[in-house]
Design a protein around this ligand. Sequence first.
Ligand code: GLU
Length: 424
Amino acid sequence: MSFLKQINPFESAMKQFDKAASLLNLSKSQIAMIKEPRRITEVNLPVRMSDGSIRIFKGFRVQHSIVRGPAKGGIRFHPDVTVDEVKALAFWMTYKCAVVGVPFGGGKGGVVCDPAELTPTELENLSRRYFAEMSDIFGPDQDIPAPDVNTNPQIMCWMFDTYSMHKKQFLPAVITGKPLELGGSEGRSEATAQGMVFCVEEATEQLGLDLKKCTVAIQGFGNAGSFAAKLLKDDGAQIVAISDVTGAYYNPDGLDVEAALNTCRTNKNWLLKGFENKAKCEKLTDPMKLLELNVDILIPAALENQITEENAPHVKAKIIAECANGPVTPEADDILEKNNIFIIPDILCNAGGVTVSYLEWVQNRMGYYWRKDRINEELEHIMKKAFDQVLETSLKNKVNMRIAAFLLAIDRVTRAAELRGLYA
Ligand code: GLU
């Protein structure tokens, strides 16, 4: 196991919370009400494999908070997923929803598996079994999952179908990130990246940079990373480096993003494998060096703990836009702040995904669907308002953008908890 995986994301999340909470003068009881997860469910899932054998997979769902609304957050399929990782991700969802003012709490799910090794039928069986085992804790007013790392609209459909069959009702609002044919929303696939782009537009303006002259490196080329490349390229920025599990690809004069997307379309499992033979670029010997390239904007769009105290001193970007959850450790945060790097923190930067999930849930409940223009208009308004509020809090309190985002969000969750009071 690599050094990166040994950093416990939940401990990092708790450090972030403590740092911001200490500036808010909260009482011990107030902190106790909003810091730790409300409920953790762990299941062993028996799944029939193609060879007839039965394999047991471990699954988790953490509901961190249900104070401001039903728990909300994606389900991650990954061989290394742990309960502490899911706890951290659920925690970040609570504060992400609060930063953008979306009326949800926070949750996250995880299944320990490598989807690339499963046949489509095995993947379907596993997805359905996970949802069936958890059908009592999920619900349109209880806990609403969505896609995350290695899960997609097809998996959301299998889960929605399983739930609807159990309840004997058509209940699309139990899950978001569905395809358009089955209650999905316009703009949901690109929402995380689009929300990030709205933040980056605000950040470049604030720092006096011209986005059209900016160079960009993106770590991760899944849903968030690939749409980030496309949308920023459309905005006039130059994408000089991209990466995924197959490696990091670099061209200081700019990469052909369309060729990268085509490579993924032709490869199995949406991978950049062989991209160096399809477009002008070099493959970096150490893919982690992408994070240290001399670029204006760095976008971590993969997993947690990528920028640590080890590599933070070598980061040269002016802006870090966190499309991933938890890509920067608290120790790295301090180093980057000293080096005057402007971080758009994950709970703000990647909140576009859950924001359009909220719009999808609203449309499901109305049974009426909006055009893409309307979705993008709502998203732009919500993201830019949240960015401005975080920036204002940061300047007013002389704290960085991450602490500012937590100050705002913790205050909102605390106030909601106070207003609700304690039952019994
Ligand atoms: N998985 C995404 C996130 O981390 C989206 C969650 C959602 O839409 O509920 O924000």
